[in-house]
Design a protein around this ligand. Sequence first.
Ligand code: ADP
Ligand code: MG
Length: 695
Amino acid sequence: MNEESVINKSVTVLPGVAEKVQHKLNSLNIYTVGDLLFHLPLRYEDHTKIVSAKNASPDIMVNICGKLVYTNSKFTKKGPMTECIIQEQDGTEVELIFWNLYPNQQRNLIKGKIVLAFGAITSNFNRNYVMAHPAFKLYDSYKDIEMPSELTPIYPQTNGLTSDKISKLVNYSLKLIEDESPEELLPTEVCPVSLVDALKFVHHPPVDSDLEQLGNAQTEAQQRLIIEELTAQTVAVLQSKIKNASQRAYPLSSEHLLQKTLISNLPFKPTAAQLKVIKEINADLEKNTPMMRLLQGDVGSGKTLVAAVSSLAAIEKGFQVALMAPTEILAEQHFLKISKLFEPLGIEVAYLNGKQKAKERRSELEKISSGTAMFAIGTHALFQEQVVFKNLALVIIDEQHRFGVEQRLRLLEKGAVNNKLPHQLVMTATPIPRTLAMTSYADLAVSTIDELPPGRKPVTTTLLTHQQKNKLLERIRHVCVEQKWQVYWVCSLIEKSEALEDCAAAEEVAQELASELQELKIGLIHGRLSQEEKQSVMEEFKLGKINLLVATTVIEVGVDVPNANIIIIENPERLGLAQLHQLRGRVGRGQKQSFCILFCKNKISEESRHRLEFLKNNHDGLKIAEEDLNIRGPGEYMGTKQTGVSSMKIANFIRDQHLIDKANNIARNIIENAPEQSIKLIRRWLNTNDQLSNA
Ligand code: ADP
Ligand code: MG
């Protein structure tokens, strides 16, 4: 075996990195020398030359230099201020203004000293040159000034670890890999620049580099690093796919008699899109390798039916199916719906939730372990130790963006019995944009329901401000009383659903609305209610006993009450677009026209307005998801930092989209022709504690 590359060694091999510094580096997610080398500058400053104030373009950071001819300090409302005037060698005078200087800095500003100041010339009216709070150095004579010959990198820093200190550590690391000259893992045609040269370039670009090109990661060196990282990511996921293909699962080929019966019992016809994806799933289930399929379909496209029908392929062959939902409310709803569908077929459904009484829970567990129940529904509770399946062959995960990649992989292990993995179907209403699908989700086959059941009308979306509240209340009163419509009122304070503040806000809003709309029955649901309370509120709402349901974002996913036609979302500017689209999907489930009211503060930023207008004008979940990804980046978009997606060091899924196909090709080539390289690539680029690298 080769000796471990310095890239994978701990930062503690660097001089000056003891516990304290190590800790600070760790807080920047830097653990190894490699992490440090891939910790790239945010921007660069040009300290290579001195310009004359006369020639400095306004607002561009430059170095100027001159002899200190005047200094004066005084106290102002904004704090202590020091004014200096320096005289450049050609006689031009420049005023330097400093705020809150340290006493020793102030003491050193002595007339006659040579000042090298770095900042922007902010005003040059009447040849009056001013530079506000520049960084500065003092010299005794012009001869003593030494300028660097390269651009100066400015690093993302953390408290107590300055850009300068990081730069020193990076330079040491650069020296270490230069001595080692690590192996090139990609073919030279793809990477004309060596890894070492590329890293040296990005940390110390030469003076004549195009700063704009650098800023957009367009230089050859940056592109080379990006392509290697994207390739490594793709290799990792593809490997997990290969590993999966070597696993065994129960092949479930059946006559599909149960499926036919269930479909003929429905009060409606499945859409062509639903039938198409059922076929795709059935074909996967017949194989003796585990299915890993992502089912994406916009809100309301009827994924639950697809899940129920697909399950019957397993049940008909005598195997069990587990359906996992992200929230109790949703699990409950699936339980009610699917039990109803399965009852005529004589299939028993077990239901587990976190708050069940011991006796009830025991009985459900018994049904699962004995196989009396062929179908089990629950939240994460389904995959706890005590739950033992008799013969689980298919796991269905609903609304998967709530679960990270890591959980997804762990779940698979849990299902393994007799060396057989269960088939896996992951359902999501938040489609995975192509860029992610090709990299972080490349191990999943994708089915798409690209059609809504007939008769659905797009939800009419309107922006209203708090100023228009009375008008809004009037309208709600009217439709609830006259037309027996039902309304959701969603409070969101912060993004994390079920957060305490949200619950408190919801309580307050419910009280307020109850006094403002006395003719209506107002309900309230949030994460702090007990399971029974939530259940009974939802039940009353479904039965039409509640006119207006105040909720936190707990209702975000999956809840289905066809008579609810209006959803009001308070403070929509705080939520992501994909999440808003999900919320909006709570209405528009029946035949009537429905409405989504984005109820904003009186003043919102231009940017927020722009985002909300986008939502108003778009109804395609995929387009909305892509816009969201554009604006907020993958970590935010996926709702978890654990996705393995956000752990990218240099590449950026949006900016670097154009390289993804290329990386995909290289990755496939490596796996086929140089499998030993793939392990090294994963070691180099993926966090060692990342699930994927263990796959
Ligand atoms: P989602 O894909 O968002 O999970 P659901 O499965 O909750 O959607 O379905 C939304 C609603 O559409 C449910 O009330 C369901 O019964 C109904 N539905 C599903 N498929 C059809 C269909 N083919 N025709 C009419 N209604 C359907
Ligand atoms: Mg659903």
